[in-house]
Design a protein around this ligand. Sequence first.
Ligand SMILES: Nc1ncnc2c1ncn2[C@@H]1O[C@H](COP(=O)(O)OP(=O)(O)OP(=O)(O)O)[C@@H](O)[C@H]1O
Ligand SMILES: [Mg+2]
Length: 263
Amino acid sequence: MALVSVVSAKGSPGTTTTAMLTAALWPRPVLLLDADPAGGDVAVRWPAEHGGPLDGDRGLLPLLTQARRGLTPQQLLQQAQRAAGGTPVVCGLAAPEQADAAASLWPAVAVAADALTGPSGEAVDVVVDAGRVTARSVHLPLLRTSAVVVLLLRADVSGVLHARERLRSLGDALRRADGLRPRVGVVVVEGARGSDGDQAADAVRAEADWVEDLGRLPLDPSGARVFAGALHPRPERTALVRAGRPLVATLAAAASGELRRVA
Ligand SMILES: Nc1ncnc2c1ncn2[C@@H]1O[C@H](COP(=O)(O)OP(=O)(O)OP(=O)(O)O)[C@@H](O)[C@H]1O
Ligand SMILES: [Mg+2]
């Protein structure tokens, strides 16, 4: 019953791809929630288990009207569909205008997602594609409820600079009323030279030592295309999926730890 939110500062470093990869490899019961306020991508990228497309009209959209009275975990589960491979997915909103108009949606979804259980009462973790985040994002309640917020960045100068800038304002914005905040960590998508990832993570942490270095993913266009619906004979052999396994194990361990108390 832990939320793990994948976010970006700027650009498109691979947030949706990484959230899908994380949900697909998660070692415990899991649901993928597409909560990108700029509009969801998962419905158009991940086919349904039955072979056709996921139904984009099912997901957060029907919850918009119900959310004013709060949402139960069951209401959230009713909007889940099984994607290929069996992962349950709650599809996102179609456009930023819906996300902005839906102020009551985000706290209600956060409460429901945080209490999610499966049919036999087992805890269900939630991996969130939270898209780009700022200190004024409408969906901050969802991020504050998360056990772990993962900021994804590319290992280049603009990736590092924007990550630093964003973390500076997010430190306070992620603080909850009870003084706790999620664990916050970076995952770096490394360039072709490999070692750039360490430099990028160190450069971010030099300005924000409260942020953890959670790991690396390779730049792997062929592996990434698998998460855009492309057919691949052995997806498990791609560099992305192979690197994803230890990363996701780290994220799952971090998610079962406690929220961090902030002085
Ligand atoms: N590890 C990776 N290696 C190579 N290409 C990648 C990787 N991750 C994602 N990509 C590619 O980068 C592009 C953007 O990826 P994705 O949509 O996941 O990013 P995003 O951060 O969610 O973007 P947006 O801000 O638009 O939501 C896609 O073409 C995707 O296939
Ligand atoms: Mg995205």
